[in-house]
Design a protein. Sequence first.
Lengths: 268, 268, 308, 308
Amino acid sequence: MDKRVTLRIADIVKECSDVRTYIFQHPLAALPGQFIMLTDFAGGEKPFSLAWCNDQEFAVTVKAVGPFTQRLATKAAGDIVSIRGAFGSSFFISRHRALLVGGGYGTPPLYFLARRLLEAGAEVTVVNGARRSDDLLFCDRFRRLGVEYHNITDTGGSGREGTSVNLAGELLKTSKFDYVYTAGPELMMKSLIALLQDQPCQFLMERYMKCAIGICGNCTVDPLGLRLCVEGPVLNREQVERITEFGVYHRDAAGHRIKFTDRGEKIT
Amino acid sequence: MDKRVTLRIADIVKECSDVRTYIFQHPLAALPGQFIMLTDFAGGEKPFSLAWCNDQEFAVTVKAVGPFTQRLATKAAGDIVSIRGAFGSSFFISRHRALLVGGGYGTPPLYFLARRLLEAGAEVTVVNGARRSDDLLFCDRFRRLGVEYHNITDTGGSGREGTSVNLAGELLKTSKFDYVYTAGPELMMKSLIALLQDQPCQFLMERYMKCAIGICGNCTVDPLGLRLCVEGPVLNREQVERITEFGVYHRDAAGHRIKFTDRGEKIT
Amino acid sequence: MCKGLKTNFLGVELASPLVLPAGVMGMSYSGLKICVENGAGIVTSKSLTKLPRSGHEGPVMAEVPGGFLNCMGLCNPGLEEGLAEIAEFKKLSTTPLIVSIFATGREEFTELTLAANRSSADFLELNLSCPNVFDEFGIPLAASREQVFEIVRAVKEVSRLPVIAKLSPNVLSITDIALAAEAAGADALCLINTLGPGMLIDIYARKPVLYNRFGGLSGPCLKPIALKLIYEVYSSVKIPIIGMGGIQSGQDAVEMKMAGASVIGIGTAIYYHGLEIFNRVNQEIRDFLEESGYESWQAIPALDKIRD
Amino acid sequence: MCKGLKTNFLGVELASPLVLPAGVMGMSYSGLKICVENGAGIVTSKSLTKLPRSGHEGPVMAEVPGGFLNCMGLCNPGLEEGLAEIAEFKKLSTTPLIVSIFATGREEFTELTLAANRSSADFLELNLSCPNVFDEFGIPLAASREQVFEIVRAVKEVSRLPVIAKLSPNVLSITDIALAAEAAGADALCLINTLGPGMLIDIYARKPVLYNRFGGLSGPCLKPIALKLIYEVYSSVKIPIIGMGGIQSGQDAVEMKMAGASVIGIGTAIYYHGLEIFNRVNQEIRDFLEESGYESWQAIPALDKIRD
Ligand SMILES: Cc1cc2nc3c(=O)[nH]c(=O)nc-3n(C[C@H](O)[C@H](O)[C@H](O)COP(=O)(O)OP(=O)(O)OC[C@H]3O[C@@H](n4cnc5c(N)ncnc54)[C@H](O)[C@@H]3O)c2cc1C
Ligand SMILES: Cc1cc2nc3c(=O)[nH]c(=O)nc-3n(C[C@H](O)[C@H](O)[C@H](O)COP(=O)(O)OP(=O)(O)OC[C@H]3O[C@@H](n4cnc5c(N)ncnc54)[C@H](O)[C@@H]3O)c2cc1C
Ligand SMILES: Cc1cc2nc3c(=O)[nH]c(=O)nc-3n(C[C@H](O)[C@H](O)[C@H](O)COP(=O)(O)O)c2cc1C
Ligand SMILES: Cc1cc2nc3c(=O)[nH]c(=O)nc-3n(C[C@H](O)[C@H](O)[C@H](O)COP(=O)(O)O)c2cc1C
Ligand code: FES
Ligand code: FES
């Protein structure tokens, strides 16, 4: 069963101007890195990573970028949505030294991961990047966890100036990590992978998803044919290195190949 | 699942001129009193009680009375049939003193029961009745079990003369039994019930069966509406006493009510 | 029975909107009665034919993923004995009863209707859609708009009882057929009969599993097909619909109500959940009314019609 | 791959009789390739249309007992890009490939065929039967004998590739349609596309679960329907049949072979059993050949035809 369930939004937390966290009172069996498909019955069903999940509740953090997510931003607690999942692969839970490198809405699933890593006894370092400090997600939540925590933005507000990749590079030079985990813009992850050599690492990678159950083929990546809704979204470095389209192109709803540009945007 | 499975007949034992036991090498999870539906793909699927059943094999003993069972009598070991089941209710397993009263092809399911009763530590007495001594089924098998065993026929050959009901009546007068079990012609069981008063007792009762899964309604008994393929074929005395059609009529494949006659035959 | 489940069906009050469909447990008065005792609000007899029928040779049922194939072959004791069973049921129960009849053409349907007029049944259902007697009778009547119209009109002319037309899902446009039945005066529709038919093959015996080769599909996997057809028909007709096909929970029943059905049949689910299924679904509906704030079963609204 | 699985399909040798059906994992060359790596003997592209289509708004899939509803809505990058994916697949694999095309009428089908002629595909499949674009395009072409005949004939006149007509189960007599396709020169048939369509309703939101409201039914519960239709068509036509609908085991595949199919598609079962399903079914077929003493897949005999 892909377990569709209809839920009322229990609570909505406004994280910043265009990002909201939707909290649901429902016991979902999900692991860090996994995602749900969510619909509001008004057109569209979209994948969102879990920002946290326990026996009582789960949450997804959504950035309003287009018609669907902008409509979500207008919802109120009590509104009805329907979810399927959780789907996909999840992060390996290391019990030693972990470095988490997140950017944009890639940060919330790393927060879920950080909690599980801490529970497993790992030592966790987090690099959280964004363009502007207003866009930094989950700072307070991470701080409350008591992890080693670094903010980094293009402008340097409320933390260091630079990119999360640069900072991660520095940390990797000065310390040894058993595992590196990253989620965020694909071009950010693409820059990061260059620094990793044989460092064990996992990536949360996104592709256009429709069925989420491994049938429609919309989310496969070239040339391996891995389905990111089943074999992904969490992939190992060894897999990502063999994905020729990583950071190069992805496919849209029609299966068109769309190139990634330097600025993290997509053009045909 | 009603678990249809296709099997080769492993062995056939000729019990007497018109009765054969068909043995199958297949682990069936079945209890004494339960039945299977059997077809040879040549038209007809009929219910037969299990004569025995263990982890390796099971068997049914069939009397050739009409088109289907006569065709079965022509089969050889290695021939293919298909079975569904086991279905229906099963006998209560008493651990004390049990009296088993069987007649005709009602005897084999009592043999299965006897084995389970002995395993449970019960003390078992068997009354096995038939018209003629040639028709007595399973004598040797019962004897090998080491139960208290009585043959009885109309003519007195190879045992006592009389009816199994008379003999059972005598035994019930002289000994106390915790449980009485009976299977065989309905009019035989009807005579027996009169002797039982408040004696705990179970009956194996037959009605025309088609679906065997409690949907078609062909096997219900008046006025309770019990489905003999689900709530039966094993019924308690309390149930049987409230079945007004017991020993009076039954329904055929079209749902016609058919009367039982004194001689155990059926007329419209 | 809680007040919330009470349902008015063609002017008759039902204690529950749950229907025992034709052909399920309806061979004898006691079979009908035990379903009422378990919570059915209205029961349907086995489809009765003029003459008795023993039905097809077995196997007549085979389990498949999501349901069952059956080719009972319209076994029934014939109209006369069938009506006697109904009379016996009615002596014991005040629960409304639908007598289902099957015939091959207008004249025979009219003849059966006249007999049903003298019975103690409350409603008359025309089985226009049995998929299991194809070899004998050919494509179901319910595939032909003209035939359905003719038969329903002829029956309506003579019937003392409100007339329900039971339609087949195995047609190109069920709405066309439903409109024909409505135009001919049908008081209600019953949707849907079994799907297909389907087939199973025993690969070791190299034979069809059902002796009749083909059998109609019923059970849980029917629900989405039934919902779609009910919703489509509901969007076009004004007469009430008895919905059925794969229902096995209160949620399912409500779903079918929202598709446009007024009352809901439960057949094959008896296998999965026992006869208690009627009471359980009644309870689940009550729970849904409670949690969703609807006053009663009847207050549960349908979706907007397709053609609004 | 064991010798016993080798199959000749329209003169081309397949390493396995298992087919990846249209619309499943066929959006990209790498999706097709991974199915081959997992044991598919022949793969089908997503149905390509002249212009790109993003498909329906989600939700586009919903689980139901025994299967799934889907209303993908023929999403595809359009013929040109689709053929480029096929070319890329063909650079990497010698496995035969079927290009599936969808159009709304004869002329467009002909146009697409001309483009497919220049592709590296081995076979051309005409999707005459998509149930998910009803609102846009109306009743599937496969419901009309005349249309099927016309389109297949027109395509055959210009096609360099053998032509497969993919038919819909949602018709009154699939045999009539199949005969029309054969008469028009189709080289093979593909049976069956999804059933229904069906519908699900969310009773809390009071909305259809699929945003497109209706979706075609695929998966295990389709098998008995598919078997019946394949057996019926097999009894009437001479051209080979690609059988599909609910297959999820070697036993299922053999069953469909005995119903009359030559090669067997596996789509929805990928959800239940993973991509390994192809290899597993291959192995189960080999086991069956062994235990039953058949020499090869091709030696497994069909049932006697209905009309022998
Ligand atoms: C595994 C996974 C996890 C994700 N987790 C999150 C998350 O936690 N928070 C968050 O805000 N976003 C997340 N996304 C992205 C999110 O699904 C899209 O932002 C959203 O679908 C945009 O829809 P829209 O209609 O608002 O915008 P659109 O204008 O339709 O699209 C904006 C962008 O989102 C992408 N997108 C649109 N639809 C889909 C789809 N069905 N599947 C994948 N990508 C799509 C488009 O390619 C486009 O680049 C995740 C995506 C994936 C694949
Ligand atoms: C629960 C149960 C257990 C049974 N166990 C055995 C057994 O262990 N050994 C044995 O020899 N017989 C048993 N029978 C009876 C057996 O099913 C019938 O003898 C057989 O079906 C006769 O079929 P036929 O075509 O040979 O004869 P027919 O001429 O068709 O019928 C002969 C008699 O068998 C009855 N019968 C026929 N078909 C059915 C049916 N589908 N269901 C029930 N009764 C039917 C008829 O009512 C008739 O009285 C059992 C019946 C039931 C209900
Ligand atoms: C064993 C069986 C027998 C049936 N017999 C009849 C019948 O005689 N007349 C009829 O109109 N429908 C008959 N049907 C169809 C049911 O009335 C009902 O339409 C169908 O089974 C769908 O409902 P379900 O999925 O709840 O079973 C029969 C169905 C089954 C399973
Ligand atoms: C998600 C999905 C998409 C499909 N898309 C197409 C399609 O584009 N063209 C087509 O001819 N059939 C399409 N089909 C139908 C399948 O090819 C196949 O006929 C059907 O699913 C039955 O097989 P199955 O039960 O093994 O899935 C699709 C099926 C599914 C499940
Ligand atoms: S979204 Fe359909 S295969 Fe991944
Ligand atoms: S045989 Fe069908 S209900 Fe018992």
